[in-house]
Write a protein that binds this ligand. Structure first.
Ligand SMILES: Nc1nc2c(c(=O)[nH]1)N[C@H]1C(S)=C(S)[C@@H](COP(=O)(O)O)O[C@H]1N2
Ligand SMILES: [Mo]
Length: 326
């Protein structure tokens, strides 16, 4: 894919600026039908989502029931953008590195160790883990701390389902997520941009929130490697870096875990990292965002919403100063 550099040094894909004619036309006629009231809003959403579903060839489909309580109405990002504009530093720091180099990562067999302050620790094969609870499809906004966002249909189940199965002890106050760090498969791990393995964490009550999704797929298929196969977290009210990819270990712990970005730059990335338009990054504003796919020259910036628009998580932070606990 061709890229140009914008003045902020952010890579912008050229190709996504152009909507193919037939898609544009079908969308136009569709919107006309909508205007005369012949199509319900839900059907519009389905149609727009399906348009974004131009998946890869030969990828395994993942059956899931769409959970309408967790579907944002924004138009989903195209599959192409979502799979070629990625942050996955284990494969390099350029947005195109993950799609170039992650394909070689082996995602089977893959086991996940769930341990620490739990009554029923387990080491479980990915395919069994995927069957622990019914899979759902949810369409979430994902807001990167760098100032861009996407809208992606994910497949998974609430992380709380897994919490119930392992039965945390009274000592469990936080959950730590640990990514694979394999120099042989991941060229980025040879460079010291971050401390490896990539680690992330949530407070136990945050991890229990139904929005926190243990994710196995996107766009109706298993996750592409560059998006964190075979399993990742998606925590949509927090900046994207909390949505840890390619997880090999989950630990329930007493104390707040260290986290990769907080270790790298503590004054810039806090433990909580809730999306918050009122708390700027020390080097840039967080008030607005650029929606990937809307990168045209005249594209408007979108206002960033508190908690990325997921306002019902607010009760998790009542009484907390979110400027201090950024
Ligand atoms: N292991 C690991 N997980 C990671 C990252 C990473 O570099 N390594 N990058 C994070 C960042 S900064 C973002 S914005 C999201 C991007 O997810 P996506 O590529 O599926 O959009 O993944 C997050 N998870
Ligand atoms: Mo990010």
């Amino acid at each position: 894919m061709l890229f140009k550099r914008n003045p902020n040094g952010i890579d912008i894909p050229f190709s996504s600026e152009i909507t193919p004619r037939h898609i544009f036309e079908s969308r136009r006629s569709f919107i006309r039908q909508l205007a005369v009231g012949s199509i319900a809003g839900g059907a519009l959403m389905d149609m727009l989502t399906r348009e974004a579903f131009a998946q890869s060839e030969g990828a395994q489909k993942l059956a899931a029931k769409r959970d309408t309580a967790f579907v944002v109405m924004d138009k989903p990002t195209s599959y192409k953008d979502a799979t070629t504009y990625n942050n996955f530093y284990e494969f390099g720091t350029d947005k195109t590195d993950p799609s170039r180099y992650a394909g070689a990562m082996k995602t089977r067999p893959w086991t996940v160790a769930i341990e620490g302050e739990v009554k029923k620790p387990m080491t479980i094969d990915i395919d069994s883990l995927m069957k622990l609870a019914p899979l759902e499809e949810r369409v979430y906004r994902l807001r990167c701390v760098e100032g861009w966002s996407m809208v992606i249909p994910w497949t998974g189940y609430s992380f709380s389902e897994l919490i119930r199965k392992v039965e945390p002890t009274g000592n469990a106050k936080f959950v730590e997520f640990i990514s694979l760090a394999d120099k042989k498969q991941m060229p980025g791990v040879r460079s010291p941009v971050l401390e490896w393995p990539y680690v992330e964490g949530l407070r136990l009550d945050e991890a229990k929130h139904p929005l926190a999704l243990l994710t196995f797929g996107m766009y109706g298929e298993v996750l592409p490697n560059q998006n964190g196969a075979p399993l990742r977290m998606v925590v949509p009210w927090k900046y994207g870096f909390k949505s840890v990819k390619s997880i090999v270990k989950i630990r329930f712990v007493k104390d707040q875990p260290r986290t990769a970005w907080n270790i790298a730059a503590p004054q810039e990335y806090g433990f909580y990292s809730n999306v918050n338009p009122e708390v700027d990054h020390p080097r840039w504003s967080q008030a607005t965002e650029r929606r990937i796919g809307e990168d045209g020259f005249f594209a408007r910036k979108r206002k960033t919403l508190m908690f990325n628009g997921y306002s019902d998580v607010a009760s998790l932070y009542s009484g907390m100063d979110l400027k201090k606990f950024f």
